[in-house]
Every structure is written in C-alpha cells, then in structure tokens.
Write a protein that binds this ligand. Structure first.
Ligand SMILES: *Cc1c(COP(=O)(O)O)cnc(C)c1O
Length: 347
C-alpha cells in the first residue's frame, strides 16, 4: 500500500505547522482582533486589509466543479512552480534522494531539484519523443522519490504514451508527477480521472496557459488527501493572495470564454502548421498537442537571433538534448502568425 508518510523527509514527520490566527474560528462574522490587521481599511480603492483564506475553499469548490475533482484533492499554489518546489521540500533529502526527469522537458523540474540540493537523474525520451519506461524503471534506486512526466511535453509539444505513464505509475513505488500544463489543447481526458486508481499520482495543471492568467500566478496540483495534507502542512500559510483568489473565482463563471479562446488557438495552430510546413527554410514541424510547435531549422541559433532583430521572439531550444536545430514557436494571434511567417520569409 502506498503511504506518502513513508516517503516524507524524517524531520517533517514531527513538524508542528504554523497555526494561523483564524484556525480556531471559522465564522465570517465577529470582532477580529487576532491578526494585527489594519481595522480601518486599505490604501487601495478595494479593501484588502484582511488576510485571505489560507485554504482557498471557495475557489477550490469552483475549480472542483469545473474539473470534476473533489475539492479535497486540490492544492492551489503560486504558479505550478510552488507545488513543484513543495514536493521537493517534502520528500527529497538534499544530497541523499533523487528524482527522475525525461529530457527534453520543462526546465523547472531540474532547477527546482538544483535549488533543493537534489539530484535529477536524466532519462532521455526516445528519438520520437516518447517515454522510455524501461530505462526509467532501470534508473530507479532506493533513494528515488519522484518521477516527473510532462504531457503534452514542453518543448516537443506531443503527448507521451498514456499507457506508458500508467506503467510507470503501477511499477514505481514513489510519487509520479504528471504535468498537464497544456491539457486544454490536447484531445484526451486528464489524468485527474485516475486519481482514485493511483494514490502515488500528482497531476499538475495551471491557469497560465489556456485560461490566459499567467500574470496572476495560479497553479493546481491534484492528488490524494494524504499527499495534500503534507503539502498543506509545509506551504506558506497565505500562499495565494486575496486578489488572485477573488479575480479567478469571478472569472470561473465564464468558462465559455476560455473554451472559445482555446478553439481559436487550435484553429490558428492548424493554419500555422500548414504555413510553417510550406516554408523551405523549415526542415520539420513536429506534431503537437499543445499551443506551440517545435520546428527544426538549419542554423537554428542564427535564425533565432535574426528573428530577434526583426522583433519576433522565439524560443531557441537548439542546444537541448534531442532538439538539435530546434526552435519552439508559440501559436499567436492571426496577426502575430502573419508577422512570424513574413519575417521567416525575409531571412
Ligand atoms: C508553462 C508551464 C507550466 C506553468 O507554470 P506556472 O508556474 O503555473 O506558470 C508548468 N509546466 C509546464 C510544462 C509548462 O510549460
């Protein structure tokens, strides 16, 4: 039986978490003289003088409805960066434990590992950018606490094989993090539907991409109640601002606006794919399940720099493992995509 307590760093087992001023009284009516807030108001037009809900209950209820996940299985953080960092801090002893990542992939897993003094073992994706599940399981040792899988994967764009993710979830006794930052652009169900089947699963999603809220910094982690309790125990008490909680709660009554933006981006994606593929300069346009393309262009670094001179900013991935001559291109608006193609034609 998977029990996250068995993976927890020893000094956290006995940790007494910070108890916030509002932990003993849950009502909203009362004379609140417990948190040293300014009782008069704020310097801003709207009042933000009271501390926000540390567990973001109203927002989680709403997200739970939209995602069809019980709100007791939702952690909200300051971007996905926060749950990624908290997972390292909860489970990985610096200099002792390790995690496995699958390059070419999202850079933050390794950075977070490095910040926390934890080794990130690299098991490359296969040449067609799928999981190498045998090599992953081969790389596991007694100190491997987590495996990070990004799908749809950044920077390659593709979903990795869902069967292989399930094999890793079944065969590995530690935590498997499935990062679904781009799930809204993919044509498949989320791994949140498998939370009850896999107690060692953590699914990451974000409001930074499809929802268009990157500046608010709001990331989600979906996991078992036991894993959630551990994240809640070590997070900063008021990790999400009241402004973020209120703004997103209001915005979530307009999910159709998100759906319509995603539809437009998917249409633009298909049009852009045709236009990129037709360019002589572009060697290869990789298939994508996300809102970006990985393309290969000879002398990618030089092309990237010449495009900057034309004020079209792309993401140079040409030095990344398995991405030789690779450039990552976000699907923009129609006008932006026109500007991209025009600039590429001028090279
Ligand atoms: C963009 C992205 C995120 C989002 O990170 P936030 O901190 O939520 O903005 C997470 N994972 C991947 C793979 C991404 O590309």
């Amino acid at each position: 039986m998977f029990n996250p307590q068995d993976l927890l760093r020893p000094h956290l087992k006995a940790l007494v978490p910070y108890s916030s001023a509002r932990d003993d009284y849950k009502g909203s009516e009362g004379v609140f003289l417990d948190a040293n807030e300014n009782p008069i108001g704020s310097i801003t037009e709207a009042d933000w003088n009271r501390y926000p809900d540390p567990y973001q209950k109203a927002l989680k209820e709403k997200i739970g409805e939209i995602k069809a996940v019980d709100s007791s299985q939702i952690f909200l953080g300051n971007g996905s960066d926060e749950p990624i960092d908290l997972l390292f801090r909860a489970f990985c002893e610096p200099g002792v434990d390790n995690v496995i990542i699958n390059p070419p992939t999202y850079g933050m897993y390794k950075v977070s590992a490095n910040i926390n003094g934890v080794e990130a073992k690299e098991v490359l994706l296969t040449p067609d950018y799928d999981l190498d599940e045998d090599e992953i399981l081969e790389a596991v040792n007694d100190h491997t606490k987590m495996i990070f899988i990004c799908s749809p994967n950044n920077p390659t764009g593709n979903d990795v094989s869902l069967e292989k993710i399930e094999q890793v979830l079944t065969s590995f006794s530690g935590i498997v993090v499935v990062d679904e930052a781009y799930i809204d652009f993919a044509d498949r169900p989320s791994f949140t539907t498998k939370l009850d089947q896999f107690p060692n699963l953590v699914v990451l999603q974000t409001f930074s991409k499809a929802w268009g809220l990157a500046a608010l910094r709001l990331g989600m982690a979906f996991c078992s109640n036991e894993l959630l309790a551990i994240l809640n125990k070590i997070k900063a008490p008021y990790n999400l601002s009241g402004l973020t909680q209120q703004t997103v709660l209001e915005a979530l009554s307009q999910t159709e606006k998100k759906d319509s933006m995603v539809k437009t981006i998917l249409e633009n994606r298909e049009a852009l794919k045709e236009r990129l593929s037709a360019l002589e300069l572009v060697q290869r346009v990789y298939p994508t399940d996300a809102n970006f393309f990985l393309v290969t262009i000879p002398n990618a670094r030089q092309v990237y720099e010449e495009m900057i001179d034309k004020k079209v900013i792309l993401r140079d991935r040409s030095k990344v493992a398995l991405c030789e001559d690779g450039i990552r291109i976000t699907v923009g608006t129609k006008d932006e995509n026109d500007a991209l193609i025009a600039a590429l034609k001028e090279l």
